[in-house]
Design a protein around this ligand. Sequence first.
Ligand code: ADP
Ligand code: MG
Length: 215
Amino acid sequence: MEPNKRAILEGRSITKHFGALAALRGIDFSLYEGEILGLIGPNGSGKTTLFNVITGVYPPTKGSVFFEQRNISGLKPHKICQMGIAKTSQIVQPFTRMTVAENVLVGAMYGGRISQREAWEKTYEVLEFVHLDKLMNVSSGNISVPDRRRLELARALATSAKVILLDENMAGLTPNEIEEALNLLRVIRDQGITLMVVEHIMRAVMGISDLMIVF
Ligand code: ADP
Ligand code: MG
């Protein structure tokens, strides 16, 4: 660890049990501000569970999560989101009967106390940024896989998160689409957003990560 680096998110001895199953055992990690932390590991090794613990979907059985030096373990998901941590889901789950823009608007409203007008402004800004502006009035059930992946990212960006956790956001993409997705992550990182990236595709994670954790 370099002394000039500041950890924005830290996990200390995180353990998560589901009944008799230990999905996570004593996990430690540090996510440094402005960096990309890659996380790889086989199916069932607890990557998604770690994201769920960080974002408050489940409280940890033991251990703590610190965001900007504050212990956030056990806080509710909406509270953690408003503090500045958002995640994309491994299973893409847009509200399929809503348009692309409405899905992003939900992220903008969920992220904090802003007016409806500000939420729409944020929505348009993010849609343009991820190149979904042309599809904004299309029902999100009718868009392609790479567009759905970008929509997931757009929903997270719309919350104005400082930290975004990406759970296999490149699954199902072609090599060219992966390259595009990686470039977009670099631009997001360069804007000062800190990223934690779970990916099966080792090459993809290694290409952008400042640090890697192997589960
Ligand atoms: P990964 O994302 O690395 O594939 P997961 O975190 O999804 O791994 O799963 C880790 C382990 O925890 C698996 O054995 C999985 O079946 C189990 N698990 C995950 N979520 C739950 C849950 N809500 N209830 C019970 N078991 C779960
Ligand atoms: Mg998973």
